[in-house]
Structures are given as structure tokens and as C-alpha cells.
Design a binder for this molecule. Structure first.
Ligand code: SF4
Length: 403
């Protein structure tokens, strides 16, 4: 099977569903990564890895949808001291903060809060465009667009036209999880089936917006359902051409309602496999995004050798993964150095993947300035079964670092 896939991909032929499943389950990982890299070099400049300076604040954490994988939301039926909803000026303070950090993209999302009036959504887009024209408002995932249709009485197309008219040009891909009916019924039943997410992106592309396609894997899905997800987004990309990139990440289970139902943690090798398989299977996507944030910095660096051409954003603020106990922070200098360490030249891009500035290449590693922070792998969530005591360790032992 592997040799046949290699031949077909090299000739530019499209892979079928069974071949996709094989890539996710049996294909030799190192060869898979090498082939994905070869194809990546045909679609983007092989010397460059892009990144965006961005931040991901939230306007509300009240939400009525109860996704089983979410630790971020607060249910309005259960009083919570840390529940919040920001007004227009509150969102503008986030934009001001983003400007101070040099961000060119603000990815703003919130829970599905029926108390928020329709006008709020168009007001924050319009005000953000007026006051911060240098920042792209990359606002609202597909479920939030459905929520706006609900409160406004407009159709999905009507909501997206109004947002477009207010100045919005891109839509983030959140809320896709796995585009397979069985999975969505199990983890986020109130969000509807795959069509609920696909319809929003189809209409968004039709009104002139570009968007990303995301995927959260590593919970109750099967490899077959991951390929079903690929099939859905590949078909929509054939239809509209509106996706800029594919962005996968693994489920973080800390503090989430389905934490105990998922007995494993999807690790680095599965991430590499998903990235490389997506590069080969999604033959109509130009950009595949790797993440230093969701998978850790070292895994993020390795991902750049498995078909990814983009390192994601700086994510100066992020609260959704944070709620699961997943903490990871960076700086622009660190992102650029991580890219150089992987053998590539960093380039800052816009939300639409236009290059704003090409940095120094890997040769600059010889002159690391004092501004570049010491690299410390982030604090990552540990699986529940992670041993509290290491083998051979006695109670009360303290780890003594050598001097
Ligand atoms: S993932 Fe989004 S829609 Fe689902 S519960 Fe969390 S905030 Fe609500």
C-alpha cells in the first residue's frame, strides 16, 4: 500500500478514503513525514515557515451548549463567580491591549450566550475596524454564527453578510471538532451534525470571507472518522476555495466533563501522523498549521518536518486550553528562534497568509541576543495515571538538581 500511495501522491493524484485511513494507522511514520515534506515544498516556499502575531481573548464564558470536551464555559443555570460578559468597550480594551503587543490578528470567540443582543456582534466588528485598522478581526466560530442567527432572526447568510458589511473578512475554524455525526452526537450534541459547521463556512466563503478548517482529535473518534472529516473539508474546498489553512490540535482533557471517558492522551507521534496525513490527503489546501502552543514547543519544532509550513500564532492571551490546565507562553523572539532551530527562516504573516516580514535565517542562531529567552519546555498537562512517585523513589525523596 505504501509504495502505491507514494507513487500516486508524487504523480499528483488524489488519495481515497481507505488510503487516508492507512496513512493514519499503518504507514511508516518517518517515510510519511518525508513524503509530506516533499509535497509541502511543492505548495509553499520550502525555506520559509510563517507565523502570525496574534492573541485570543474572549467576550463571554457563559454558554448553554455544554460540550463534553470544554472546561472553559460556565452554564447560566449554575451561578459562577467567574462568569463574565464584556461589553463593546470591554472588547475594545482587548483590542487596545493587542495593539500594544504588536498583534495583527485578534481571534475573538465566546460561549453561546443568549443574553447578548445581535447588535453587539456587528458593533464590535465595526468599532474594531474603525479604531484598529491595522488589526484583522478574526472573530466568531461557526457555532457563534448559529447563535447570532438565533437571536437576530436572520439566516446564516444574512448574519455573515451583516458581519461582512461591518468589516469582517475572515472567520476562524473553531467548533468543527470532528465532522462526523456519531462523534458530534457524543461530545457536542447541541451543535448539530457536520453540516451545521460546513454550512457556515460555505456561506462565509460565498459572501467573500476566507476561513480556516480546524480539527480537534484524540478523544472518541476513530481513524475512519478523521478521514471523514478530511473528506468534508476537502469537498468544501473544491466547491469554494475559501479555506486558507488546515489547523489540527489534540484534545486537552483536564477539568472537562468527558475527562474520565478518554483513557489516553494523543501524543507527539499521533500529531505528526495527523499533520503529515492531512498534507497528503488535503491536496487542495496550501497551508497546514503546526502548533508550538497546543502540542508543546519541541513537538511543534518537529512538526515542521512532517508537512507543516506554518507555526501558528503567538497567542499572547488564550483561555480555552488554559481552563484545562494546559499552559504555554512565548514571545516573538522565541517563535522565530524555534523556527530557526528547526532549520527554517521565520516569516511574519497576516491572517490571510501574506508575508509581512522575512526574518533572519538559521544562520542567525550563531548570534543569539540576550533578548531571546531561555527555552524551557512548557508545563503540559499530565495524564491522570501519571505516576505520583517515580520507580525506585521513596516517599519523602526530594529531587536534587546537580550544581
Ligand atoms: S466549546 Fe464553545 S460552544 Fe462548547 S461549551 Fe465550550 S464555549 Fe460552549
Amino acid at each position: 500500500m505504501w509504495n502505491r500511495i507514494e507513487d500516486r501522491v508524487t504523480r499528483g493524484e488524489r488519495l481515497n478514503h481507505d488510503e487516508g485511513v492507512y496513512l493514519l494507522t499503518e504507514a511508516p511514520l518517518i517515510e510519511l513525514g518525508a513524503l509530506a515534506n516533499e509535497i509541502r515544498a511543492r505548495r509553499t516556499d520550502p525555506r520559509i515557515v510563517t507565523y502570525v502575531i496574534d492573541t485570543n481573548p474572549n467576550y463571554t464564558n457563559w454558554c448553554t451548549v455544554d460540550c463534553h470536551f470544554c472546561a472553559f464555559y460556565r452554564n447560566p443555570k449554575k451561578p459562577a463567580a467567574d462568569g463574565y460578559t464584556h461589553d463593546v468597550e470591554g472588547v475594545m480594551r482587548m483590542m487596545e491591549n493587542a495593539r500594544g503587543l504588536g498583534a495583527t490578528t485578534v481571534l475573538l470567540q465566546g460561549g453561546l450566550n443568549p443574553e447578548i443582543p445581535w447588535k453587539f456582534y456587528t458593533d464590535i466588528v465595526r468599532e474594531a475596524r474603525r479604531r484598529y485598522p491595522e488589526i484583522t478581526p478574526h472573530f466568531f466560530s461557526a457555532p457563534e454564527i448559529h447563535q447570532m442567527a438565533e437571536v437576530s432572526g436572520l439566516s446564516l447568510r444574512g448574519v455573515l453578510e451583516a458581519l461582512h458589511e461591518a468589516g469582517q473578512r475572515t472567520l476562524p475554524g473553531g467548533g468543527a471538532e470532528i465532522l462526523a455525526t456519531r462523534v458530534r452526537k457524543r461530545i457536542s450534541i447541541k451543535k448539530g451534525g457536520p453540516e451545521a459547521w460546513l454550512d457556515v463556512h460555505r456561506h462565509a466563503h460565498a459572501v467573500g470571507m476566507r476561513s480556516t478548517a480546524t480539527m480537534m482529535y484524540g478523544h472518541v473518534e476513530t481513524p475512519d472518522e478523521i478521514v471523514e472529516h478530511f473528506d468534508h473539508i476537502r469537498a468544501l474546498q473544491d466547491e469554494t476555495g475559501g479555506f486558507t489553512a488546515f489547523v489540527p490540535w489534540s484534545y486537552k482533557r483536564g477539568n472537562t466533563p468527558m475527562e474520565s471517558k478518554v483513557p489516553f492522551v494523543a501524543g507527539a507521534s499521533q500529531y505528526f501522523r495527523v499533520l503529515a496525513a492531512s498534507r497528503l490527503y488535503l491536496d487542495n489546501f496550501q497551508h497546514i498549521q503546526a502548533s508550538w502552543f497546543s502540542e508543546g514547543k519541541k513537538t511543534g519544532q518537529m512538526s515542521l518536518h512532517f508537512g507543516a509550513d506554518d507555526f501558528g500564532g503567538t497567542l499572547f492571551e488564550e483561555n480555552v486550553h488554559l481552563a484545562t490546565g494546559h499552559v504555554n507562553k512565548t514571545t516573538v523572539a522565541e517563535v522565530e528562534t524555534l523556527i530557526r532551530e528547526s532549520g527554517f527562516t521565520p516569516a511574519q504573516r497576516t491572517t490571510l497568509y501574506e508575508i509581512l516580514r522575512v526574518g533572519e535565517g538559521p544562520e542567525a542562531l550563531a548570534n543569539l541576543s540576550a533578548e531571546v529567552p531561555l527555552f524551557i519546555e512548557s508545563l503540559r498537562e499530565l495524564p491522570a495515571e501519571y505516576p505520583a512517585r517515580l520507580e525506585g523513589e521513596e516517599p519523602g525523596d526530594t529531587l536534587v538538581m546537580p550544581r
